[in-house]
Design a protein around this ligand. Structure first.
Ligand code: HEM
Ligand SMILES: [Cu+2]
Length: 661
């Protein structure tokens, strides 16, 4: 379509010349090649593998091969291997090819390609996260609907457990990526004054791996589901239907994806910070994301290894976890929880720390003890690796270790409390500029207090003896993962929305949706605490009639969450298209991502910034700085927010393009 440009008579921007074959590749070719290769894999493995001698090993092997073929085919088709292949042939990508890869002048198609620009990858993660929450949330509504009344039998016991398991894993994946994916990719490189990630192609690969994993996971619906719940405990998972194969392939692909993302983000933050950005001048959000992904780098391979063992048990007749063959199910539980507990902090750290980043902006005060926050983060990361067996108190694996694990678990409340104190100290005596992003802080403080304190109870061995496997546990971890984690992520979305979309989020509808969901959330899970305390077990489709009232309350709450989230979603989607245009720095914040224009240009900075102070100097002269709302007008990028940011352009301008890798 012809549009007027300032470049003269030429109707549309001249497309670059690079790209070659890559111009023809996109998610469409990815799906086509993936499906074809999966079909070939299915045909060949069916024909060549010996027919099953005992059990259904063949079905599992065929399923595994088919799904792996899909993933490889998809990556080939989307163009993930063009770069390495060209390199092998000795015809490395040209500068024009790299520009094409970065999405230059490609319009909306860059979101559907193997695009390396970190901002594109961030948006891809954002949309994917929202889609995952939509599916996982729908499953949650089904679960709650089934539990609304005794004997409702909307779904049977087996289908119920499949719902619970898929809801669990979809939500876990969504919460793992919900902050580090969208904001770790879009915002973090700009925040540290870099032009892109350290390894842009690996960045695109980590996203498209995740994308390839999603249909694999959803295929579990049609392969008998995961009736074991998302924890896939052996030996139950050894006996589960082929849905379990889909589950384990998902975990392995997702594990590779997070490993690439983790290595990439860590390298970027360690090596590519702007000149002058020493660690104590690095925005706290960077600490949150980096420690989270670095912790994931340690934790997730445990899960991958556990899943490879499971795959071998299921398809090759190995006996990692099968006691009758000399294996040991405790091996599985240990590997699972060596991942599982650190993973809680992989989810929570970036979400909470995003709010630590936001609070100073809305109180116009420095962070209350930056060093305290860093210490808290460090303490959590360190301790989180030594608490896993609190999930195994009742397993009988190592009773003498119960007490030490109880101690480490209770110790972790100290660094967590430190983060709490920093948040509270920053809010202390306001006045707080009450905008949507900072409201998430209040919601988080309330929810996380409940989630944290019930966690201390559960870490206590005698209490856990009674509460283990009950809805009390379910309510506890929803208070942490959803009440703290998702709440923090929503705050982050409200905060960075103007930079990412160029438009302001409608705070009226956003706020109504947010608080409705918070209210519903507390009703749902307080109800669940009640039935849990009274003894209702988790993963049971038809709980006894004595729990009816609590369950009804919980289900009503769940519908309120659903309504709230739909309103919030409406605010997001509507603002994205029609919202008020955002100035470059609507909050008057000092970090670097707000000092570049919106929309952020390719490669972010024409001149790389030099940092001369930290980014929280809001009230250096003793007097509190005014909120930007109180100022007459916002100046565009560069000087908004009064007192200036901690970054100055260097006296000698670096030549454009320098620093690009
Ligand atoms: C960020 C949001 C959420 C996360 C991370 C999350 C995570 C999980 C996980 C890991 C499980 C355990 C699955 C298993 O036992 O295998 C679970 C179960 C469950 N979730 Fe969620 N969930 C979220 C949101 C919700 C919402 C909004 C609701 C209610 C509307 C909900 C209701 C339930 C219920 C009822 C169960 C299972 C109860 C049972 O064991 O029978 N969840 N969730
Ligand atoms: Cu734990």
């Amino acid at each position: 379509m012809a549009t007027m440009t300032t470049q003269g008579p030429v109707a549309a921007p001249v497309p670059g010349t690079g790209g070659g074959l890559m111009r023809r590749l996109s998610v469409v070719t990815g799906v086509v090649v993936g499906v074809v290769l999966a079909f070939v894999g299915w045909l060949v493995s069916n024909a060549l593998l010996p027919s099953p001698q005992e059990g259904n090993h063949k079905t599992d092997a065929v399923t595994l091969i088919t799904l792996i073929c899909w993933a490889i085919g998809f990556l080939v088709g989307v163009g993930a291997f063009v770069g390495p292949f060209r390199w092998l042939l000795g015809r490395d990508l040209s500068h024009e090819d790299e520009e094409f890869l970065a999405g230059k002048d490609e319009g909306v198609w860059r979101y559907f390609r193997f695009t390396t620009d970190h901002k594109v990858v961030g948006m891809q993660y954002l949309v994917t996260t929202m889609a995952l929450f939509a599916v996982g949330g729908t499953l949650a509504m089904l679960i709650r609907t089934n539990l609304a009344r005794p004997n409702s039998e909307i779904v049977g016991p087996l289908a119920y457990n499949e719902l619970v398991g898929l809801h669990g894993i979809i939500m876990i994946i969504a919460t793992i990526i919900m902050v580090s994916g969208p904001f770790g990719n879009f915002i973090l490189p700009i925040m540290i004054g870099a032009r892109d990630m350290a390894f842009p192609r690996l960045n695109a690969l980590s996203y498209w791996l995740l994308f390839a994993a999603v249909p694999v996971l959803l295929s579990a619906f049609f392969l008998g589901g995961i009736p074991t719940g998302w924890s896939a405990y052996a030996p139950l998972s050894d006996q589960a239907p082929p849905g379990m194969d889909a589950f384990l392939v998902t975990i392995v692909i997702f594990g590779v994806s997070t490993a690439l993302a983790g290595a990439n983000i860590t390298t970027t933050a360690v090596r590519m910070r702007a000149r002058g950005m020493t660690w104590n001048r690095t925005p706290i959000f960077v600490f949150g994301v980096v420690t989270s992904v670095a912790l994931g780098l340690i934790a997730f391979p445990m899960f991958m290894v556990a899943m490879v063992g499971l795959a071998m048990d299921r398809s090759l007749g190995a006996n990692f976890y099968v006691a009758s063959g000399g294996g040991n199910p405790w091996l599985y539980s240990n590997l699972f929880w060596l991942m599982g507990h650190p993973e809680v902090y992989v989810i929570l750290l970036p979400a909470i720390i995003a709010l630590l980043e936001i609070t100073p902006v809305f109180t116009r005060k420095p962070l209350f003890s930056f060093n305290g926050a860093v210490l808290g983060i460090g303490g959590i990361v360190g301790l989180s690796l030594f608490v896993w067996a609190h999930h195994m108190y009742m397993a009988g694996w190592a009773p003498p270790l119960n007490a030490p694990f109880m101690v480490t678990t209770e110790l972790i409340s100290i660094p967590t409390g430190l983060l709490f104190l920093v948040l509270l100290g920053t809010l202390w005596r306001g006045p707080v500029w009450m905008r949507l992003p900072v409201m998430a802080v209040y919601a988080l403080l309330w929810n996380f207090t409940i989630g944290g304190i019930t966690g201390i109870y559960l870490s206590d061995v005698p209490v856990d003896q009674a509460m283990h496997g009950s809805m009390f546990v379910t309510a506890h971890f929803h208070y942490t993962l959803m009440g703290a984690g998702l709440t923090g992520a929503l705050g982050a979305l409200a905060y960075w929305f103007p930079k990412m979309t160029g438009r302001m989020l409608n705070e009226r509808w956003g706020g109504i949706g947010f608080w409705t969901a918070q209210l519903g959330f507390n009703v749902t899970f307080l109800g669940m605490f009640a039935v849990g305390l009274a003894g209702q077990p988790r993963r049971v489709s038809d709980p006894a009639a004595m729990f009816a009232t609590g369950n009804l309350v919980s289900t009503i709450g769940a519908y309120v969450i659903g309504i709230g989230m739909l309103i919030f979603l409406y605010a997001v989607l509507h603002s994205w298209r029609h919202g008020e245009l955002a100035p470059a720095n609507p909050w008057g914040a000092k970090t670097l991502e707000w000092q570049v224009p919106t929309p952020v240009p390719l490669e972010n900075f024409t001149v790389l910034p030099v940092v001369t102070s930290d980014f929280y100097g809001y009230s250096e002269n003793g007097s509190r700085e005014a909120h930007p709302a109180a100022e007459p007008a916002l100046t565009p990028a560069g000087v908004a927010g009064g007192g200036g940011s901690g970054a100055l352009p260097p006296e000698t301008a670096a030549p454009t393009g320098e620093g690009r890798d």
